[in-house]
Design a protein around this ligand. Sequence first.
Ligand code: FNR
Ligand code: 8K6
Length: 347
Amino acid sequence: MTTDLLSPFKLNDTLELQNRVLMAPLTRCMADDNLVPTQDMVEYYARRAQTGLIISEATIIRPDAQGYPNTPGLFTSEQIQGWKKVTDAVHANGGKMFAQLWHVGRVAHPHFFDGDVLAPSAIGVEGSVPRMRELTYITPKAATTDDIKSLVADFAKAAENAMEAGFDGVEIHGANGYLIDQFLHYEANVREDEYGQTPENMSRFALEVTDAVIAEVGNERTALRLTPGAYFNMSEDSRDKAVFDYLLPELEKRDLAYLHGGIFDDSTRFDSLEGKTTSEFLRAGYKGTLVGVGSYSFETAKEAINDAKFDLIAIGRPLIANPDYISKVANNEELVAYNDEMLAKLI
Ligand code: FNR
Ligand code: 8K6
């Protein structure tokens, strides 16, 4: 029997999704100058409520988490109220929505806030802020253990705020070279304390954040996105695999809502992962619910799910181009092709 991606999927005892097609988190840089979601964003998300679960664009947990212009936040009451309008509209249209909780770590820029740029170690990245190329990245400050405690607490606080804002759960952004991912890779983490040097130590921050968020919202409403193969703002190191080999079974014990790969094209094979793709590597190490992502069409996703490569699919760029993606694929209608110019406007 083949699995129908468009029939309901029980995530756990708390959450049932109307189908297996998730909207991938997509940064759009369209919040207002107080990082509050706008009415255009309310309507943009409400139009996509037919997806099984909308994952919000990455949403910063506190001011020094910011590395891009006009990315929304979840740390002021105005931001919480702004998101409440979004989740109310999504729920009114029959959808469900998680907030993606974000701290960019060393790719934060002090243009956006007062204070230090925090990272696991004082190792910067080359380059500058997308859309604001005049802002060159700076060398970050290695977080002290007190800084780390406050970062963990602020992830938990943002998760609590997400509940107040009406989200159905949260996805911790542990992917794509941002703060949590920086702890998980040797290139960015050369700490000599209990957060560095060994797979167990390098996994500590990710697990502390996960546990603090679970304590706030429960495991059934907590998800995590991971990038085992470094590819964005990070370089590969053959030692990284051992970190994820330690982390994945630890996460499995937490019985999360789901684990989500972070990658643009899931056919990419990583030398550091013994030639595996992101989803192959995650599937081999993690038995819980897994979300695949990265240049899938509805058809290739159906095939992958039927081959048990993962359980749910997240769709990104095609959903930017087609707010009505679900009804189009259900009716075999042709999709509008995505192009980068579409990022200028929310449709
Ligand atoms: C992304 N992606 C992304 N990932 C993430 O974890 N948080 C985010 O905020 C964003 N933002 C974002 C913005 C834009 C414009 C793009 C194109 C991508 C990655 C995204 O979630 C997804 O993994 C990729 O787009 C691959 O999936 P598709 O687009 O091939 O279906
Ligand atoms: C056009 C960018 C506008 C700012 C949005 C930032 C989105 C952040 C999400 C990560 C996207 C990065 C794409 C680069 C992938 C490189 C893969 C080799």
